[in-house]
Design a protein around this ligand. Structure first.
Ligand SMILES: *Cc1c(COP(=O)(O)O)cnc(C)c1O
Length: 478
């Protein structure tokens, strides 16, 4: 069997790829036109004739990796996607090979057990009571529950379905009542607005409660906002808080927000796709103080937990809330079974599902909890150091003091300048960053996901930005 040999070929190619990227040797990003790549990769011939093994595989991987975006390069500061712990990538390979689609226990007992255990670990980090394993003694009173989904967007949708099940239990059979509204700050991720669309509420059902100048919920104004909506006949499906916001990386005040929601019997959902990873750090978990008042949390492992895409957790304080999210039955899958495990199927949009827990577990088990905490703390400290340094540079404005691994800044000039700078940076490919809109303006944005990124990468970035700025203003003067 050539499998082990081909794995060795792939491992060698990836290790060489990572070594070059770590040494900042070559561009962090290149974007060849699709039709050139299709021909360089010899896609047509390979699909027709097959034979992707041995030397052919080695040549293919060389071409593929030369064109791939290098998240491993310390100058990768663009998007909120993890630089995977290698153990997580190996887990992805094992999952790809075994194909244990574990949404029903019989299709992947170890994968399902690991998902259960990872969810239990996350629930405990959230301060909620983990679910017992099937057959274990049930605790008295409710316990938490969860499920892993293919990404945070699907996780948000799943939570909002669960919340709808609580406010409007008949919605599954009779459709969504027209007076339901979702309250989320205007800084919430677009997947919340999408969920409103998918749920059939329409995006107009997404209402933005009052926020401060940095786009954070103002808890003191949330209560009156809810009361006014209710007086006008609306029913609140959920309040969504950011932990943290996507653009600026700021946390909403969960305790005050949670008290407002609890007093009014409103479901509080915490979107912690990026920022829930602070829960692993004793030093940083205070950002989520008050989480125990929330009903649900989502947490992306493929952002700050060094996990290969995609793996997100839906977590609820009371497992029964999640069990009410989906009501349909498929008789060949859903029937009373005598089995030693647990089916996650009834909690997800997906039917067939990858062993997402295995990838999260592998990253955790390689780093250990303390190693993972040290990583999250390091990236946050780096963001603070970068912001402090940038703030001291002439002609640079920093948007806010960072609370996570996200830094937003801009060079004196208009929004178009920031976009042009990012375009030129990306074209040269020596630094890779993104931009975002916040506080009514366009910012250059760093997401410091890479454990090898150092202050010197931020410094060389600014040198390059100034070069482009000079070229742009030179061209304007001519
Ligand atoms: C990234 C992000 C999401 C979406 O997660 P995906 O895994 O990319 O689907 C949702 N909410 C917030 C706050 C995010 O930062």
């Amino acid at each position: 069997m050539s499998f082990a040999k081909d794995c060795a070929i792939a491992a060698d190619a990836l290790e060489a790829f990572a070594a070059r990227a770590l040494h900042r040797d070559g561009p962090v990003i290149t974007q060849a036109p699709m039709k050139d790549l299709a021909s360089r990769l010899d896609l047509g011939r390979l699909i027709r004739d097959g034979g992707l093994t041995g030397d052919v595989l080695a040549r293919f991987l060389d071409t593929y990796l030369a064109a791939a975006t290098r998240l491993v390069d310390p100058r990768y500061m663009a998007h909120q996607v993890a630089v995977p712990q290698p153990a997580s990538a190996i887990a992805a390979l094992v999952d790809g090979f075994t194909n244990n689609a574990m949404a029903i226990y019989e299709m992947g007992p170890p994968a399902a057990t690991i998902e259960h255990a990872v969810l239990g670990w996350m629930l405990a980090k959230a301060g909620w009571r983990p679910a017992p394993f099937p057959g274990e003694a049930q605790p008295t009173g409710p316990h938490g529950g969860g499920v892993l989904t293919h990404g945070g967007s699907l996780a948000n949708l799943t939570v909002l379905l669960a919340a709808r099940g609580r406010v409007a239990p008949n919605a599954w059979t009779e459709g969504t009542p027209r007076n339901l509204v979702i309250l989320a700050p205007s800084t919430s991720h677009y997947s919340i607005a999408r969920a409103a669309g998918i749920l059939g509420l329409g995006q107009n059902a997404l209402r933005h409660p009052p926020c401060d100048g940095d786009g954070r919920l103002v808890p003191a104004q949330l209560g009156p906002f809810i009361d006014a909506l209710r007086r006008d006949g609306s029913e609140i499906l959920a309040v969504v808080a950011n932990a943290c916001s996507t653009a600026l990386g700021l946390y909403d005040r969960l305790r005050d927000t949670g008290e407002v929601c609890r007093d009014r019997g409103v479901w509080l959902h915490v979107d912690g796709a990026h920022g829930a990873s602070a829960l692993v750090s004793e030093r940083l978990r205070g950002h989520l103080d008050g989480l125990e008042l929330a009903d649900s949390l989502i947490w992306d492992a493929h952002k700050m937990l060094r996990t290969s895409v995609l793996a997100a957790a839906v977590l609820v304080r009371d497992a029964r809330d999640l069990d009410g999210a989906f009501r349909e039955e498929a008789s060949y899958l859903f029937h009373d079974k005598d089995q030693p495990g647990f089916d996650f199927l009834h909690r997800t949009v997906e039917c067939t599902k990858a062993a997402l827990g295995l990838k999260i577990f592998a990253a955790l088990a390689a780093e250990g909890e303390r190693g993972m905490a040290a990583f999250v703390e390091r990236q946050t400290e780096l963001a603070k150091a970068a912001a402090a340094w940038l703030r001291a540079q002439p002609g640079v404005t920093v948007a806010v003091e960072p609370e996570t691994s996200i830094v937003c800044f801009r060079l004196d000039g208009d929004d178009a300048l920031q976009l042009e700078l990012r375009k030129r940076l990306t074209a040269r490919g020596e630094h890779y960053i993104s931009t975002t809109e916040a506080k009514g303006r366009r910012w250059l944005r760093l997401a410091l996901m890479n454990p090898a990124t150092e202050m010197r990468d931020v410094e060389t970035l600014l040198v390059e930005i100034r070069e482009h700025a000079a070229a742009i203003s030179g061209a304007a003067d001519r």
